[in-house]
Design a protein around this ligand. Structure first.
Ligand code: NCD
Ligand code: ZN
Length: 344
């Protein structure tokens, strides 16, 4: 029986670090295991220009614990006013690695997102030209559409038309949650990638709603039926190049989660690698964990994989129930099973 595995150091291709005190509290949780992360730009106000991204990058680096090596890969928040030249310059300088599309109103801090997709066409055309990928939060915001159908409808009504209108644009379907997304991704060429979170490999909608409501399992896109979770597990553990890890670790204080209208987001930075090792082992796919967490992402983003390695040993892993922040505790995602694999 395998007792230890060594992988190239993983990267997180979708991460929320926030700012200020929260940034200082959550950054070490990611930097402990991950070499790099794609940093989501949904601050208040959002990271819209190259100048914002540079300043945010420098705040992240300044918040790193002494001696920690971690590279934040910055993104820009696409608005209807985004300037294609600013985007191109940010990319050329090596600062910005993707642009993030939030449909206006889709999720936390997305009010500045895009309502009319035609207005951003010049930016998307320029991105296709220079090879800068678009990260997409793939949910429609139409209140008439059932929340459990919003990803599937987005694929047909928004994503596919965008890709047809901008051939060559490299797109990442972020935090996919459905069999529909897995099937769509598999039918495309290598300009399309998809990230999968840790928590969507573990929970389905029953975990959120059956036997009492569990606010700490509520995130967006919301977890779907079991058949969808199983499709995500099969995709993640397949080793296929288009699927890679983006934790979407999204810290909210317990105060903000445990409300009549609580925030969406699961905080998984602390125990993601232990959970993933368990998931991959349970599916007989430990040999694919490196592809999912450390190789497929760099290939899609056209970056070299990390030279450093991490080792996981089957000695049992413990993690805190929550991390303390000056704003209050942030609950760490509880997968609901014991974790055997510790990062050593
Ligand atoms: C994210 C957040 O809190 O910023 N929340 C979440 O549920 N995933 C936003 C997002 O990625 O949708
Ligand atoms: Zn996110």
């Amino acid at each position: 029986m395998t007792q230890s595995i060594t992988l190239r150091q993983p990267d997180d291709w979708h991460l929320h670090l926030r700012d200020g005190a929260m940034l200082h509290a959550v950054l070490p949780e990611t930097a402990r295991h991950f070499a790099r992360a794609i940093i989501m730009p949904n601050l208040v106000p959002p990271v819209v220009t190259a100048a914002h991204a540079r300043a945010y990058h420098d705040r992240i680096v300044a918040a790193l614990p002494d001696g920690t090596r971690f590279t934040p890969l910055m993104t820009l928040y696409l608005t209807e006013d985004t300037d294609p030249d600013d985007v191109a310059a940010a990319h050329a300088s090596g600062l910005v690695h993707a642009v993030k599309l939030y449909p206006a109103g889709a999720t936390t801090n997305s009010a500045s997102g895009v309502s009319n997709f035609d207005t951003v066409r010049p930016v998307l055309d320029r991105m296709a030209e220079i090879g800068l990928p678009l990260c997409v939060h793939g949910e429609v915001t139409d209140p008439e559409i059932d929340i459990f159908d919003r990803e599937a409808v987005f694929i047909d009504h928004v994503l596919d038309p965008i890709r047809r209108a901008t051939p060559g644009l490299r797109v990442i379907m972020e935090h996919i949650t459905t069999r529909d997304a897995v099937d769509y991704a598999r039918a495309q060429d290598d300009t399309l990638g998809a990230t999968i979170t840790t928590h969507h490999l573990v929970i389905n909608r029953n975990h959120i709603l059956a036997g009492g409501i569990k606010p700490h399992y509520y995130c967006l896109p919301v977890a779907k039926r079991e058949e969808h979770r199983l499709a995500l597990r099969a995709a993640a553990t397949s080793g296929e190049a288009r699927f890679f890890l983006g934790t979407d670790s999204a810290p909210h204080t317990d105060d903000n989660k445990l409300q009549p209208c609580g925030c969406a987001g699961c905080f998984t930075a602390t125990n993601t690698m232990s959970i993933l090792a368990q998931v991959f082992e349970d599916d007989g796919a430990l040999d694919q964990l490196e592809r999912f967490s450390a190789l497929n992402g760099p290939t899609f983003y056209k970056l070299p994989p990390n030279d450093a390695t991490i080792t996981l040993t089957k000695t049992g892993a413990t993690y805190p129930a929550h991390i303390d922040t000056p704003d209050g505790p942030v609950t760490v995602f509880d997968p609901g099973f014991d974790l055997n694999w510790a990062v050593t």
